[in-house]
Write a protein that binds this ligand. Structure first.
Ligand SMILES: [Mn+2]
Length: 364
């Protein structure tokens, strides 16, 4: 594999640098967090990969970024979900890559699906991937050019923006594109960075122990900021926007946006006792008692028991897993503003300042 494209950039002094990652084709969240951050043409905007796929509007998201790019203040890093370069290369032989079509039809969304619909091709009927590729290359030349030109890392004097991570023991250019946009759980990889490295890719909630928090993780010892709030992927996800106040400042702040209604807490609630967070990759459970709304479950690896929303359970080949969930009871005071994710007969599953948990009192 050839060396990854790496872009160098000298930001103008006095400008905010806003960094957003893992939008995953969710335009309302993208516009929402830009609004929260008060984004304007005086800001620099870094998209730290994975703006496409999994959500509903990949083609519109791509075109929104292309339009922003016309203003010249946009800096986009390629993530593993934006890495369509192989498809773009006209010499690429598509034989054996029909799985791309199967994936598209399983998702019923994504860039190829959207392009088919926009070009008047029925994505359910496309059989020959090579022919489809040639047709889409012809129909969307500007879109493919934009994607093919994306760097896998953007480096400034003080910052490195890369989708997933890197190994500072090796020169940046010695990494493969695959490594830069796919390395898992970068914050747990044990490395410290010579310059501030901002990554997405790994939803930060997965770093939580017994609680679930979607806010950016700023690790000053490792000089890593991890910002993926789990937008689209998690039921309680949010889109984070990291604010770097100036090109050489690490006085970070952030904004977050999610689509949930915001309501006011009326009753005080003390923090609950022991809690657990069942998460992706370690989510196998045994259903002890299935109910219509909640089911009593035992987490197989730890033996921890909790009630899980039955709609969060999914069974595949006799094994049951669940969406990320927790039984954490949030400490709350009257007047607190919470984002309501689930309204149940027992109480509310809410998020307070990025932290997810249960609230059993009344809401205004
Ligand atoms: Mn990713």
């Amino acid at each position: 594999m050839s060396a990854p494209r790496i872009a160098r950039w000298s930001p103008e002094p006095g400008r905010r640098i806003l960094v957003i990652s893992d939008i995953h084709a969710n335009l309302p969240c993208f516009e929402g967090v830009l609004r929260e951050a008060g984004f304007s043409e005086r800001d620099e905007l870094v998209i730290d990969g994975d703006f496409l796929e999994k959500g509903k509007e990949s083609l519109r998201m791509l075109r929104r970024l292309m339009a922003l790019n016309e203003c010249g203040r946009l800096h986009v890093v390629c993530g593993n979900c934006d890495d369509w370069y192989d498809i773009y290369r006209p010499e690429w032989d598509c034989a054996g890559d029909e799985h791309v079509l199967h994936y598209m039809r399983w998702r019923k969304s994504g860039l190829l699906w959207d392009m088919c619909l926009a070009a008047g091709i029925d994505p359910e009927r496309a059989e020959d991937f090579g022919a489809l590729k040639r047709e889409l290359l012809r129909a969307f030349p500007a879109e493919w050019d934009f994607l093919a030109g994306l760097p896998y890392a953007i480096e400034t004097e003080n910052f490195l923006f890369v989708h997933a991570g890197w190994d500072p023991a090796r020169p940046l250019a010695a990494h493969t594109a695959e490594e830069l946009c796919r390395v898992p759980a970068f914050l747990d990889s044990g490395v410290s960075c010579p310059k501030w490295t901002v990554v997405g890719h790994w939803p930060v909630v997965l770093y939580g122990k017994d609680t679930v928090c979607a806010n950016p993780v700023i690790d000053r010892d490792k000089r890593i900021v991890s910002i993926d709030g789990g937008c689209v992927l998690k039921d309680d996800g949010q889109l984070n926007c990291l604010v770097i106040p100036e090109r050489d400042s690490d006085d970070f702040s952030y904004f977050a946006y999610d689509p949930f209604p915001v309501r006011t807490v009326l009753d005080a609630q003390a923090e609950g006792g022991r809690s657990y967070y069942i998460r992706w990759g370690d989510s196998r459970v045994r259903v002890l008692a299935r109910g219509e709304e909640f089911s009593r479950c035992r987490h197989l690896r730890t033996g921890y028991e909790m009630d899980i929303l039955t709609k969060y359970l999914f069974t595949d080949a006799a094994e049951t897993d669940c969406n990320d969930c927790t039984d954490y009871v949030l400490p709350l005071r009257p007047g607190d503003r919470v984002h309501v994710i689930e309204e149940t007969s027992r109480g509310y599953f809410v998020k307070h300042e990025g932290l997810s948990g249960w609230y059993y009192g009344r809401l205004a």
